[in-house]
Design a protein around this ligand. Structure first.
Ligand code: MG
Length: 410
């Protein structure tokens, strides 16, 4: 089979970097696209790591699904030990010639492969995205999916888990067929019928790829845009396995996206998309969680620091600020020492104070100390009185008994 390929990638009009990557390797008859995601250049690292690993795997003779799995492992390994790359991932849609007229497509994520045959465009791959799954389940109409706020969430990607399911499609092609591999930066911006119009009208695959990217930019270019156009120039009828006939260019072409255009120069402020994309949407979840946690810790700390209680410092009864035992690193501190010691207290009060008594406001704790002081004073008075009264053998009460009433019943 002979394939003539054209490819073009652009950062778009909003993004600062191009996280899309693509591969046109005529020698291996391997063509691929990867749309990376993840902050701190993680997306770019993920897509290029996946592409390089894919190429190495196919070059070593691995079948396409194993090669895509190899790319998955490579992205995971690349992220390991690099906190700044944690959470990066990438889509991958790869086409390899697998026979005289057969192509195999390995696919993970929401980049797409299309076939233009007889002037009609049909989509070959299914998106692994949340909205498309909802459409497949009949819970969203395709029209609702178009504008759905969670359109960008992918449900399958490379670099997320050690195992990944790879969709593999076999496509038998004929001379004159044209394939398109593209990132969602194209399909989110340009309607399929317009993609079809460009692919039908532009004969040269390279110019077709460039024109598709131009149309996406004209429509806003909110994401990185990549298009790989593959023209089936010649097929072999013998049906022998892997009779790969090379296209014109022997050396692999691995192209990075064009440098970012000067958005400011146009004088038009292009708004950023309302939602950061994909794995970044995980970040959108994580950041509020971390904030909530921080607020909770601060609240507990605030509560701890404005709480008081009465406890023991060794044998001395003291007024503590904080919570008995401390909480989340907030240890209680001694606010005020009293003249009382544990031995002054009765067994019940001693136990209560040892456990941290009168928890609450400073007033609560202070009133408790006052009552303790009064009790201790009263106990010592009673003791003294009792000692005194033993000698006189007369009953003594601290509070005088009420006088007997003489009022006759009515
Ligand atoms: Mg994209």
């Amino acid at each position: 089979m002979r394939i003539s390929a054209g490819a073009f990638s652009d950062v778009g009009r909003v993004r600062e970097g191009n996280e899309d990557a693509h591969l046109v390797d005529d020698r291996l008859a391997l063509f691929a696209i990867a749309d990376g995601m993840g902050g701190h250049r993680g997306g770019e690292v993920a897509s290029w790591t996946a592409i390089e690993a894919l190429r190495a795997a196919v070059a070593s003779g691995q079948p396409i699904n194993d090669a895509v799995k190899q790319a998955n492992t490579a992205v995971l390994e690349r992220a390991a030990g690099h906190p700044e790359l944690e959470g990066m991932g990438t889509t991958m849609t790869a086409v390899v010639v697998a026979g005289g007229r057969r192509l195999l497509i390995g696919h993970v994520g929401d980049s797409r492969a299309y076939l233009l045959r007889g002037g009609e465009l049909s989509r070959l791959t299914e998106d692994h995205s949340l909205v498309e799954e909802l459409v497949r389940e009949g819970r969203l109409t395709p029209e609702q999916a178009e504008t759905h706020p969670q359109k960008a969430i992918v449900t399958r990607a490379l670099g997320v888990e050690p195992g990944v399911d790879v969709d593999v499609y076999a496509v038998d092609v004929a001379e004159g067929d044209r394939l398109l591999l593209c990132s969602d930066g194209l399909t989110d911006m340009v309607r399929e019928r317009d993609i079809e119009r460009v692919l039908r009208g532009e004969g040269d695959p390279q110019r077709a790829a460039e024109r598709l990217v131009d149309e996406a930019n004209e429509a806003g270019g909110v994401d990185n845009i990549t298009a790989v156009v593959l023209d089936v120039v010649e097929v072999d009828d013998d049906g022998a396995p892997d009779p790969i006939v090379l296209a014109a260019e022997p050396a692999p072409r691995v192209a990075r996206g064009e440098p970012a255009p000067d958005v400011g120069a146009s004088g038009v402020e292009v708004p950023r998309p309302p939602m950061l994309r994909r794995i970044r949407s995980v970040t959108l979840l994580v950041v509020p969680l971390v904030l909530i946690l921080a607020i909770a810790v601060a609240a507990v700390g605030w509560y701890a620091r404005r709480s008081y209680y009465v406890g023991l410092d060794g044998e001395q009864v003291v007024l503590f600020r904080g919570v008995p035992g401390g909480v989340l690193g907030w240890d209680p501190t001694i606010e005020e020492r009293t003249d009382l010691v544990a031995d002054d207290l009765g067994p019940v009060a001693r136990k209560a104070v040892a456990d941290g008594a009168a928890r609450g406001s400073r007033e609560t704790a202070e009133r408790y100390v006052e009552r303790l002081t009064e009790q201790v004073a009263a106990t010592s008075t009673t003791t003294t009185t009792r000692r005194t009264t033993t000698t006189t053998a007369g009953p003594t009460t601290v509070a005088p008994a009420p006088a007997p009433t003489t009022t006759p019943p009515r």
